[in-house]
Design a protein around this ligand. Structure first.
Ligand code: HEM
Length: 219
């Protein structure tokens, strides 16, 4: 791709990622993650870059090193973590709802068409959560872990950096039906795609720029 074109598209993508992240959830406190690790209750809904500066100063370094190790072992994991974040944010906002397993009261998003069998990276998020629970229990939300992990994965693979605002709260519920209705699927036509992005306040330009993050081999 032409260098100028790439940097323009990166600029647009960064803006969109920022706006997706700004739509962070302010929903209720902790929930059970895959490994039964409790996710954190975040007391203050105000997002800030240095949210864990005093409550968990090692949080960002812990996420960065765990992501770097995961990508070192499996380079594709960088792309998978970005996709995991995108699929989280498109359903109920960036609230880690994508991580929730089915419960008697709801059917989660993991088994939804666009996710089942193709969404990857859960074990990396679990590992980070486990480490952070040891270092600073009940402090860092899974929603923030997803946001930072996606950022770090992109940067680790040589992509752009952006400011990640922190302090998201984790969802206590997830929705398979919202995942099926809101996430674009492999069989979506152009109108479906435009409608799906428009529903999230994203334009066709946003859609094209973000889809530039898709791998070019295979589809
Ligand atoms: C425009 C609508 C989109 C559709 C229909 C779509 C669909 C898909 C499909 C079918 C796959 C292959 C999954 C598999 O491994 O079987 C995929 C992979 C991927 N998508 Fe998308 N996607 C879309 C938009 C996006 C956006 C906006 C992003 C990121 C901002 C993104 C990031 C990725 C990444 C990184 C992968 C590779 C994941 C991996 O290798 O684990 N996609 N997508």
């Amino acid at each position: 791709m032409h260098r100028g074109g790439l940097s323009q598209s990166r600029k647009v993508s960064l803006e969109i990622l920022r706006s997706l992240m700004a739509r962070a959830s302010t929903r209720l406190p902790p929930f059970l993650l895959l490994l039964a690790a409790t996710c954190a209750a975040v007391a203050n809904a105000q997002l800030s870059e240095n949210y864990y500066g005093s409550s968990c100063p090692a949080a960002l370094l812990t996420i960065r090193t765990t992501v770097a190790t995961a990508v070192l072992l499996d380079r594709r994991m960088g792309a998978s973590l970005l996709r995991l974040y995108f699929h989280d944010c498109f359903v109920q906002g960036c609230d880690a709802s994508v991580l929730l397993d089915d419960t008697p009261s709801f059917t989660g998003e993991k088994g939804a068409g666009p996710n089942a069998g193709s969404l990857r990276g859960f074990e990396v998020i679990d590992r980070i959560k486990l480490l952070l629970e040891l270092i600073c229990p009940g402090t860092v939300s899974c929603a923030d872990i997803l946001a930072v992990a996606a950022h770090d994965a992109v940067v680790h693979l040589g992509g752009p950096s952006w400011t990640v605002l922190l302090g998201r709260r984790d969802a206590t519920t997830a929705s398979a039906s919202l995942a099926n209705s809101d996430l674009p699927g492999p069989n979506s036509n152009l109108n479906d795609l435009l409608a799906a992005f428009s529903k999230k306040g994203l334009s066709s330009t946003d859609m094209v720029a973000l889809s530039g993050k898709m791998p070019t081999d295979g589809h």
